[in-house]
Design a protein around this ligand. Structure first.
Ligand SMILES: [Fe+2]
Length: 284
């Protein structure tokens, strides 16, 4: 399984993800997207087309929910009048113009939850949190909230997106994974984007958070040519978010600290994986 989130209309990053999947021999429904196919970047229609053509499993993001219903705003959960809210109006309008009726219908029909069993463990894939599509869940979000959300999903592990920062974290005997976003960098000061490879192991599952390099200069140039907010085109180059207003203090403090790829085994008889295992490290 190759899990990823937030393609955000970034065609070049989506092509890089699909190329990595091909190298790994992964395709079709084993490509799992946590939603937000269309958002900040220039090519929402092409990005959706690539994922549909690949046969990927895609769960409903708040962006698909809004665009599928032709709602007035993206439903991201940004504070009204804040920097993110203001800029969202621009990229959301671009998405509304750029998407075909057929793609909107596809978006409107996406499921809120996808489920699979790997290594004997039951996974639920959602956008924000189970039953809360626009909920931001971070590594620093209290464990009790994650435990309750895993139980609510009727699963042993939850894979989510929406908040844009990859992490894998033990939650009691369960697991919470944010598979990262491929359409925007992880606010770590590098242009890399992130995805997660899940493979069965004897007694459980291996989770690898992997960085992807891709042709970000082209993606940024296409954003500028489309008249999208320059701040987000710059983020593709700098790896730093324009605003940290959605971030809790711990994640805000990690801005600009390069994340390290990580491998964790989630096994029946092994100790649980450590918390916050996507750790800052020297840039690679
Ligand atoms: Fe989202």
């Amino acid at each position: 399984m190759l899990a990823f989130g937030g393609p955000y209309g970034n065609r070049e990053a989506t092509l890089a993800l699909l190329a990595r999947a091909k190298e790994l021999g992964i395709g079709g429904r084993n490509l799992i997207c946590t939603g937000d196919v269309a958002a900040y970047c220039a090519d929402p229609e092409a990005t959706a087309g690539l994922l549909r053509e690949a046969g990927a499993t895609v769960v409903l993001g708040n962006c698909e929910q809004a665009l599928g219903a032709d709602a007035e705003d993206c439903g991201c959960g940004f504070a009204a009048g804040g920097r993110c809210d203001t800029l969202a109006a621009e990229w959301y309008a671009h998405c509304r113009r750029a998407l075909s009726a057929g793609t909107r219908r596809w978006m409107a029909g996406l499921p809120e939850t996808a489920r699979f069993v790997l290594g004997g463990r039951h996974f639920a894939v959602v956008h924000g949190a189970p039953g809360e599509i626009a909920r931001f869940v971070f590594a620093s979000t209290p464990q009790a909230e994650k435990r309750a959300a895993i139980d609510r999903a009727g699963a042993e592990a939850v894979i989510c997106g929406h908040s844009g920062l990859p992490f894998v974290q033990a939650v009691g005997a369960g697991l919470w994974l944010n598979a990262g976003a491929i359409g925007m960098p992880a606010n770590d000061g590098t242009p890399r984007v992130w995805c997660a490879l899940l493979t069965p192991r004897p007694g459980g599952t291996r989770v690898q958070l992997m960085a992807l390099d891709y042709d970000w200069p082209v993606a940024a140039a296409r954003m500028r040519a489309a008249g999208l907010p320059p701040a987000y085109a710059e983020t593709l180059a700098t790896g730093l978010w324009d605003s940290c207003e959605i971030l809790p203090p711990a994640e805000r403090a990690a801005r600009g600290l390069a994340l390290a790829p990580t491998t964790q085994d989630w096994l029946d008889k092994a100790p649980p994986v450590p918390a916050n295992s996507a750790v800052p490290a020297a840039a690679s």
